[in-house]
Design a protein around this ligand. Structure first.
Ligand code: NDP
Ligand code: HSE
Length: 406
């Protein structure tokens, strides 16, 4: 029997307990041994809950129990999760987690500690909720040099954008719904401002490129600037708006960015809706691959966490994670990266189009009913720096959204 401890009995922690109880016998078969939850650490008690007898409030009980071989950290936050994880690894216990904030910040160091001890630090649930993506990057796409990862990596924002798009729902109302459904972070600013997607693309890029991508270096915009008018324009263009996180290798340059983007119907990410996430990966020999599934929520996330428990149970004395060096990968300034831009400008199309064309060159104009004193246009492919310069010259820009081309 392999004894495990769960740190945090919240949305994901209670899901982990439920998954292990629901699929106990098949999980045991796949792990090769019975998995038993010996302790659940939380700040609160859960009177009447079946796990109450396993609840502990002192982490040392878990740390000092040699029977505990696997620690499941699903508390969230950097501290005390970092200290507890490090202590567990140093004590020879494998750790798995859904905590992307911690993995993005300290993943390289924690992996190194695990590797030195022939144990594991696994984090399948840290990116894309229930979608298997860390394991494929680590053990399936090993023949390839990955040169692009583009993903819808945040369930909350994709849910909000989908509801705004399909129901005309208000931002605050759908955010509240996403929180009630257990999708959002404790501080939902992390979701709506793009920080969560930023940490996830930093993790995926670090694994894909083998070097530390610091999330602080990644240009990040959230969805709080997306309005009902933007959605009207998107619909007129036959496009959808998604919060995209991407990293790309072009020659010797590495770009990474998180920002809303307009996507056309030919884009494989166009119809990824609701809480679903998808991660598009391009490898130099594989070509394209896409991973799709539930991006947040109790049971999908717990499914990914428990898959790590099973892997750790099967590899109690062998480190299975690939290399993620702590050496920093320098990202190229995004001002060089190129794409078309959808721009909303004050004025009247018939009067102001010539000036727009004089500055931006050929554009595709677009107008929608329900907006007054403004018009939209889509530029040709230009660099971020060129866009900035031209927008300043025009002087009437209300907003802009990048357009993804495939
Ligand atoms: P919750 O807030 O629902 O759960 C966290 C639990 O941990 C709470 O019960 C909390 O107690 C407890 N806790 C916090 N600090 C401590 C501590 N120091 N000692 C003991 N217990 C503690 O969060 P989630 O379950 O939603 O998320 C957990 C992690 O998983 C986060 O890193 C999140 O980003 C990640 N994640 C979440 C997903 C989701 O869909 N919800 C999906 C993928 C990843 P209390 O409530 O009393 O503070
Ligand atoms: N808050 C996150 C999301 C949870 O909405 O995607 C999954 O990581």
């Amino acid at each position: 029997m392999i004894q495990i401890a769960v740190l945090g009995y919240g949305t994901v922690g209670s899901g982990v307990v439920e998954v292990i109880n629901t699929n106990h016998s098949s999980i045991n078969k796949k792990a090769g041994e019975e998995i038993n939850i010996k302790y659940v650490l939380d700040l609160r008690d859960f009177p009447g809950d079946t796990i109450q007898e396993k609840i502990v409030h002192d982490y040392n009980v878990i740390l000092n129990d040699p029977e505990v071989r696997i620690v499941v950290e699903v508390m969230g936050g950097v501290e005390p999760a970092y200290t507890y994880t490090k202590q567990a690894l140093l004590a020879g216990k494998s750790v798995c987690t859904s905590n992307k904030e911690l993995v993005a910040r300290h993943g390289a160091e924690l992996l190194e500690i695990a590797r030195e001890r022939n144990i594991n630090y696994l984090f399948e649930a840290s990116c894309g909720g229930g979608i298997p993506i860390i394991r494929p990057l680590n053990s399936s796409l090993t023949a390839d040099e990955i040169d692009e990862i583009t993903g819808i990596l945040n369930g909350t924002t994709n849910y909000i954008l989908t509801c705004m798009f399909q129901e005309g729902a208000e931002f605050d109302v759908v955010l509240k719904r996403a929180q009630e459904l257990g999708y959002a972070e404790r501080n939902p600013e992390a979701d709506v401002e793009g920080y969560d997607a930023c940490r996830k693309i930093a993790i995926l890029s670090s694994l894909a490129f083998g070097q530390q991508v610091d999330y602080e270096d990644i240009y990040t915009e959230g969805i709080t600037g997306i309005t009902a008018a933007d959605i009207l324009y998107a619909k007129k263009l036959g496009m959808s708006i998604k919060l995209l996180a991407y990293s790309k290798k072009e020659g010797n340059c590495f770009y990474a960015m998180v920002a809303p983007a307009l996507l056309g119907p030919n884009d494989p990410l166009y119809s990824v809706n609701g809480v679903f996430n998808a991660i598009f990966v391009h490898g130099n020999v594989l070509g394209d691959a896409m991973f799709y599934g539930s991006g947040a929520g109790k049971l999908p996330t717990a499914s990914a966490v428990v898959s790590d428990v099973v892997d750790e149970a099967k590899h109690l004395h062998r480190s299975i994670m690939s290399f993620w060096s702590s050496q920093k990968l320098e990202l190229t300034d995004i001002s060089h990266s190129r794409k078309p831009f959808f721009v909303r400008a004050k004025g009247e199309l018939s009067r102001d189009l010539p000036k727009v064309q004089e500055i931006f060159g050929p554009v595709t104009p677009v107008t929608v009913e329900g907006t007054q004193g403004e018009f939209g246009f889509v530029t040709e492919v230009i660099s971020e720096a060129e866009y900035q310069e031209k927008a300043e010259k025009l002087g009437t820009v209300i907003s802009r959204i990048r357009v993804r081309t495939v």
